[in-house]
Design a protein around this ligand. Structure first.
Ligand SMILES: [Zn+2]
Length: 84
């Protein structure tokens, strides 16, 4: 048996600088799709709940991590014991 499929599935995966879209208002985090034209421009939750179109902020981290990094630990009501 001689196969040359040496490269793993993650070999040619390009690293995009942005992988999440965060809403600064409701802290919703969406995974950014590969094709940028498929990415929503506004937060669907804020549109659904308040009828307000909040522009999503692209980020490398989901909103939970961004908030966790900025906010002091004692300010968070529950501690997040999970990390990806
Ligand atoms: Zn929102």
């Amino acid at each position: 048996m001689h196969t040359s499929a040496a490269r793993g599935p993650g070999y040619s995966r390009a690293r995009s600088p942005v992988s999440y879209l965060n809403c600064p208002v409701c802290h919703l985090s969406l995974r950014a799709p590969r094709a940028s034209f498929m990415a929503p421009e506004h937060c669907p939750r804020c549109i659904g709940r308040r009828r307000v179109a909040i522009p999503l902020v692209p980020s490398e981290l989901p909103m939970r991590h961004v908030v966790a990094n900025e906010a002091p630990p004692e300010d968070s009501p529950r501690s997040l014991g999970r990390e990806l």
